[in-house]
Ligand binder design. Structure first.
Ligand code: AMP
Length: 280
């Protein structure tokens, strides 16, 4: 695997390969890699000549400085996992390569997609995500961009950014990789105790129970029911919303045409966990 830390060196390599007609699939990450990240790499490998993974813990998307400080950075293990997955290139830049002194941010109209759910609880988070993904896409200029359904609002916002800026890249969204008990894999799970990881399986159970109950309950009743199920002593649920998967606005009646999706955020042992499931 080739490892680049400098933008110029990476771009020289990419332009040579692109001139030879090679296609590039791009998987941006913040490291602390797990099976979910590796599943994106595998999908990219099956569809592109080269798969490039980036590891960059983006300071501009952390609204909570202690979350940034505590974010796991197991670089050597990450490299091993990437090599095992036969990743072609790792881009591992320092902060000043991504945000040099002359860095200019772009304005993107997010159509209100950043004003709901995560946006309410993590002010400034999506502005940081848009900033870094746009910058990374500008550097790498991949043919395809791979993101996980795990971060539903994130990929929806990036899809809007791509449309708004008319970027020449195709977004591919990959399914959520889960632990045996249903807990969505996340780098932050390493901060949970063994008991916490077990308890956290309840989030997926509630999402699935809600999906079954949609025959008998309306969306708002179902939201109340699911929030109640999440009220166990260890959990502090932040939101449970059933939304139109395009606008991310809450739905009032079931309408398959808007592909409803249930999105949830819960605090457990000082760790914020998110998950989602389509309710169609
Ligand atoms: P992160 O390192 O958390 O920024 O995640 C990098 C990419 O991996 C994002 O597109 C995430 O949505 C995706 N991802 C994270 N967790 C999972 C998972 N459990 N299953 C699938 N994709 C995931």
């Amino acid at each position: 695997m080739l490892i680049f830390t400098k933008v110029d060196a990476l771009q020289s390599w990419i332009s040579i390969e692109k001139n030879h007609g090679k296609t590039i699939g791009f998987v941006p990450t913040m490291g602390a890699l797990h099976t979910g990240h590796i599943s994106l790499i595998e999908v990219s490998k099956s569809a592109n000549d080269y798969t490039l993974c980036s590891i960059f813990v983006n300071p501009t998307q952390f609204n909570d400085p202690s979350d940034l400080a505590k974010y796991p950075r197991p670089f050597d293990t990450d490299v091993q996992l990437l090599v095992q997955a036969s990743t072609d290139i790792l881009f591992y830049p320092p902060v000043d390569e991504i945000y040099p002194a002359d860095f200019k941010d772009v304005e993107v109209d997010l159509n209100g997609l950043d004003q709901v759910m995560e946006g309410i609880h993590r002010p400034g988070h999506f502005a940081g995500v848009v900033k870094v993904v746009n910058r990374l896409l500008d550097i790498v200029k991949p043919h395809k961009l791979y993101m996980g359904q795990k971060d539903f609002q994130q990929f929806t916002i990036i899809r809007q950014m791509i449309q708004y800026l008319q970027l020449p890249v195709k977004l591919e969204v990959c399914p959520i990789a889960r632990e045996k008990n249903g807990l969505a894999m996340s780098s932050r799970n390493t901060r949970l105790s063994k008991e916490g990881r077990e308890l956290a399986g309840l989030i997926y159970q509630v999402l699935m129970e809600g999906k079954k109950l949609k025959i008998s309950l309306g969306p708002q009743e179902l939201v109340n029911h699911c929030l109640q199920k999440l009220q166990i002593p260890a959990f502090t649920p932040e939101y449970f919303s059933i939304v139109d998967s395009s606008t991310l606005l809450p739905i009032e009646t079931w309408d398959a045409a808007v592909r409803p999706v249930a999105c949830v955020a819960v605090w457990l042992e000082g760790v914020r966990l998110i998950d989602n499931e389509y309710y169609d």
